[in-house]
Design a protein around this ligand. Structure first.
Ligand SMILES: [Zn+2]
Length: 133
């Protein structure tokens, strides 16, 4: 890798070719197995967890009804925060799902089939967090 960087420093045209064909920032990634394992932590958010005993308080916190957990994320000026709200009875995989949201990832659509598809970076949050800061 170091040799490649040195070659590119001395050959600006190669650097341009590299950037054109190979450069991708973190927000271009996908997380292929987000429904089964942790995705890379792109937000590095400060995470807190609120356990709800009843569905009414959970749905009030999450705003959306008919869900068993949610992750509410905020990011700005180089900081990110994520609050996971979930039922006390939620299985461990629900927490891991919400943690992947806290790590900066989103699924397209809802339901088990959508969760099994590759997840994408929430670019807006990633940029608000300060990207690579
Ligand atoms: Zn989700």
């Amino acid at each position: 890798m170091m040799k490649a960087i040195l070659v590119m420093l001395f050959c600006p045209c190669l650097l341009l070719v590299y950037l054109f064909f190979f450069y991708q920032d973190e927000s271009d990634q996908i997380c292929a197995s987000a429904d089964r394992s942790p995705c890379p932590d792109l937000l590095r958010a400060e995470v807190s967890v609120v356990i709800h005993e009843g569905i009414d308080s959970l749905w009030a916190a999450c705003v959306l009804p008919e869900i068993d957990a949610c992750a509410i994320r905020t990011a700005s000026w180089g900081e990110a925060h994520c609050v996971i709200h979930q039922l006390a009875s939620a299985p461990a995989q629900v927490f891991e799902h919400e943690m992947n949201h806290c790590r900066g990832w989103d699924h397209d659509g809802t339901g088990i089939a959508a969760y099994a598809q590759p997840w994408r970076v929430n670019r807006g949050l990633w940029l608000a967090r300060g990207a690579n800061q």
